[in-house]
Design a protein around this ligand. Structure first.
Ligand SMILES: Nc1ncnc2c1ncn2[C@@H]1O[C@H](COP(=O)(O)OP(=O)(O)OP(=O)(O)O)[C@@H](O)[C@H]1O
Length: 453
């Protein structure tokens, strides 16, 4: 591909004819620069509609102060980069101008030429990075439009869309529950990218993935020397997400002691970093997700009741894929299309039999599992058609899938009881309640099971 340089319009505002000549000469060293000269602030401001990318501005002009012109330019278009050139070297002036949005401040001396050249190049790079970031943000927002990111027409998913519509209109907490791979993170991102916080950061933290002793500093930050290894001050995720959205995934895994601190921070909307005294205020929309039933966790004493109510906000329950009917096929086709496009595989189709096989499988790993099944099938199939034998399920043994096995009812009963006992830490009372059978029946089955082992 040939590189076509883009022309860049630069305004030079300078009342000293000699200096104007010098600055013009520097700016015109690059033939892609289109340079316009102005002798005073007013004429520069009157011509801003010509869309300069950069304004090189003399600080002391006859009609207006450099600061006033800077502020007018920024008001007109904050993306114009202003490089101020001044004959006085005053730190205070420089700091004040930079605070008001100047890109750089350069003094008139022997080094002006090199520094100005550098400043122009850096401002151009800054401008193209900013445009690139804006374009990417726009692309992300489009990617996370509800219809583009969450495929499905089933009543179960329509209920989710309805809740999401409510969630984007406010900034209250959202709690998302659903089995692994149902799309909890996709929903959280889609809410962020459709809310008025979309131009601010979306920061995700997976509580289960961080060692327990590091979570506090990860969330709230630490000061230098707060603990061994804290070699510098570090902002936490709450501060990183300021004005945007903080997604706390697997919130059910949070240690009960830390839950107390999280509750306090959420209530007060301020935090102190570990080892520090400074109170830091923040403005963050919190979205939490868990595959656990938090209400049960509260009952079992693993999750604080007050935090549970604080986080509940708008509750969104993501249905497992097996409850979404024909959505399985819609999602499969969507994932297949994406995969084929990314890997230049052409237009691959799903045979009717393959579709039936997908529909009748319970997908314990939900959409994530469907994705890997489809991607493997797309690679394995012949003649751009996925047949029934191209679909293979390798999911881990999970609830639901056991129905595929040939077993007696008695063996099934054993399996169910064993599964529940594992799930609820051998709490026989709780399992009896869950299965709606007497606890003596459980003991009886256990005894029989032992006898068989
Ligand atoms: N309705 C959907 N349509 C299309 N793709 C989806 C849908 N739901 C989920 N996905 C895709 O499925 C994968 C798993 O989604 P995600 O990571 O959001 O699940 P999760 O519920 O957060 O999982 P976990 O609980 O394991 O963190 C992702 O690749 C996501 O893009």
């Amino acid at each position: 591909m040939n590189y076509v340089p883009e022309s860049v319009r630069i305004f030079v505002v300078e009342d000293d004819p000699l200096y104007m000549k010098l600055v013009r000469y520097i700016a015109e060293l690059n033939p892609d620069h289109i340079v316009h000269s102005f002798e005073n602030g007013k004429s520069c401001l009157e011509n801003l509609h010509e869309n300069p990318k950069i304004v090189i501005l003399d600080y002391s002009l006859p009609d207006m102060t450099g600061k006033d012109i800077l502020m007018e330019i920024k008001k007109y278009n904050p993306d114009i980069q202003v490089i101020v050139v001044s004959s006085q070297e005053s730190i205070n002036t420089a700091v004040s101008l930079l605070k008001h949005g100047a890109y750089d401040y350069i003094t008139k001396d022997n080094e002006t030429k090199d520094r100005l050249l550098n400043a122009i190049n850096n401002a151009k790079r800054f401008d193209s990075l900013t445009s690139e970031i804006n374009a990417l943000k726009e692309e992300l927002n489009q990617k996370y439009e509800f219809d583009n990111s969450i495929i499905g027409e089933s009543p179960a998913i329509q209920r989710v869309f309805k809740m999401m519509q409510k969630a984007v209109k406010t900034n209250i907490t959202v709690s998302i529950t659903g089995e692994t791979g149902t799309g909890k993170e996709v929903v959280a991102k889609a809410i962020h990218h459709n809310s008025d916080k979309k131009s601010k950061p979306f920061v995700a933290v997976n509580i289960a993935a961080i060692p327990e002793n590091l979570i506090e500093s990860e969330l709230f930050g630490h000061e230098k020397g707060a603990f061994t290894g804290a070699i510098a001050r570090r902002k936490g995720k709450f501060e990183e997400a300021n004005q945007g959205t903080l997604f706390l995934d697997e919130i059910g895994e949070m240690d009960i002691n830390l839950q107390a601190k999280l509750l306090r921070v959420l209530q007060e909307r301020e935090l102190t970093r570990i080892g520090g005294n400074e109170v830091v205020k923040f403005d963050v929309r919190v979205i939490v997700a868990t595959h656990r039933n938090l209400a049960e966790e509260v009952k079992a004493g693993n999750f604080r009741e007050d935090l549970y109510y604080r986080l509940l906000g708008i509750p969104i329950e993501l249905p497992p894929l097996r409850d979404r009917g024909q959505d399985v096929i819609l999602i499969a086709k969507h994932l297949l299309g994406n995969f084929a496009k990314e890997n230049k595989l052409g237009n691959i189709k799903l045979s009717k039999e393959a579709q039936n096989k997908l529909i009748s499988y319970p997908f314990p790993g939900n959409v994530r599992e469907l994705k890997s099944v489809i991607e493997l099938a797309a690679v394995m199939c012949e003649d751009k058609l996925i047949e029934v034998e191209d679909i293979t399920f390798n999911s881990l043994q999970k609830e639901g899938q056991f129905l595929f096995e040939e077993m007696t009812l008695r063996d099934y009963t054993f399996k169910i009881i064993r599964h529940f006992l594992d799930k609820y830490d051998n709490n026989v009372l709780l399992v009896a309640k869950k299965l709606d059978i007497g606890k003596s029946s459980i003991y009886r089955y256990l005894k029989e099971m032992e006898g068989e082992e």
